[in-house]
Design a protein around this ligand. Sequence first.
Ligand SMILES: [Zn+2]
Ligand SMILES: [Zn+2]
Length: 376
Amino acid sequence: MDGRTPAAGDTMPALRWHGPRDLRLDTVAVPEPGPGTVLVAVERVGLCGTDLEEYTDGPVQIPAAAAHPLSDRRAPVVLGHEVVGRVAACPGGELRTGARVVPDVVVGCGRCWWCGRHQPGLCPTGAVRGLQDDGGLAHYMAADAARAVEVPEHVPADAAGFAEPLSVAVRALRKAGDLSGACVAVLGAGTIGLLTAAVAAARGAGRVLAVDPVATRRRLAEGFGAAAAPPDGAADLVGDASCGRGADVVVECSGTPPAAAQAPLLARRGGTVVLVGTPPPGTGIAVREVVAREQRVLGSVAHIWDEDTAAAVALLSRGTIDPSPLLSAVVRLEDAVHGGFERLLRDRDALKVLVAPGPAEAPGGAPVPAAPSPRP
Ligand SMILES: [Zn+2]
Ligand SMILES: [Zn+2]
C-alpha cells in the first residue's frame, strides 16, 4: 500500500481462514475492481466476536464445504468485516480516489423479496464480506462503490474503525423506537453493548443501565454515562432506576443464554426487548411472561449501509460518540493472530483490537506496535 494504484497482477498479503485455529498470512492477487466496484486500501479492520467464533469453532458462517451461492467463494477466505480505508481505484467514478470510506460488507442478491424492500441483511442468499466473501484483513479489499459510506477527513482512522459495530448499535436501538426519557438497560458491555449504551444516551434516554460480570467493562459503561451492575445485581439496578416498573427497553448484547433469559424479565410490562447477541441454538426466553406482560421482542442483525452505517459515521463525525476508550490495541497484519485473535481469547479486559494492514501510523505518529499494547 504505497499510495499508487495497484496494477493487474499485483499481489498482497492477506489473512485467510483455512480452518479452525488456522489463519494464514497468504500472498494473494490484489482484487481487480470492475464497473460498480471500489478498491479500498485498508487502513483499519476491527476484530470482533464473530471473527473469534470462526477462529475457534469455524466454519460457522464461512462456506467451507461448497462455494457460497452469491459470492461463489469458499474457504480459504480473507477475514475482516469491520473495515475503513481509502479509495485506491474506482473505475466507475462514484468515489474520489483517496477518499476515506467504510465499505459495505452486507451484500444481498438484489433480486429477492427482501432485497426488493431494501433489506439486504435478510437476503436468504446474502453474503457478508469477510465471512462469505473476501474481507478487509489485507492491503486491499473490493466492495460495491455505490454503497460505500464516505468518512470526513477529521475522523481519525482509529475512530472510523468503529463505524461497523457502531452501526449495529444504531440499528438495534432504531428498532426500539423513541428513546427520549426512556430507561434503557443493556445486557453485556462488550463493544456492541458499550456502543449501544452510548447511542442510547445520545438519543436522549433518561436512564442508561449496563449489566456485565467484568468490572472493567462496567467502568467503561459508566464512562458513557450508564449506571452499571453485575448480572446478580441487574434486577435491583433496573428496579431502582424505573420505580420498580422495569426497563422501557432492554437490549441483549451478550449472546449468553442466562442474559437472553433475563432480558424480558428486566423489561417492564408493555416494554421492548431487542435481541442482538447470538446465543447458542436452542436458547430460550420466558414466553409466558412475554405474553402476559405484552412485551415486544425483536431481533436485530448487522446493519444497512445507508440507514445505519451512515448514521454511525455521523455520530463519529460530530464527536457525539468517542469510541477511543474501547480501543485495546492497534496491531499490524503480521501480528493479527497473536496480538489480535489470541489476545482477545486470553485477555478478558481487552475489547476492540484494530488491525492496521498497511504500513500505517498509529495515533501520535508512533509506529503501530508489533506486540500487543496495553489499553491507552
Ligand atoms: Zn463484527
Ligand atoms: Zn436478496
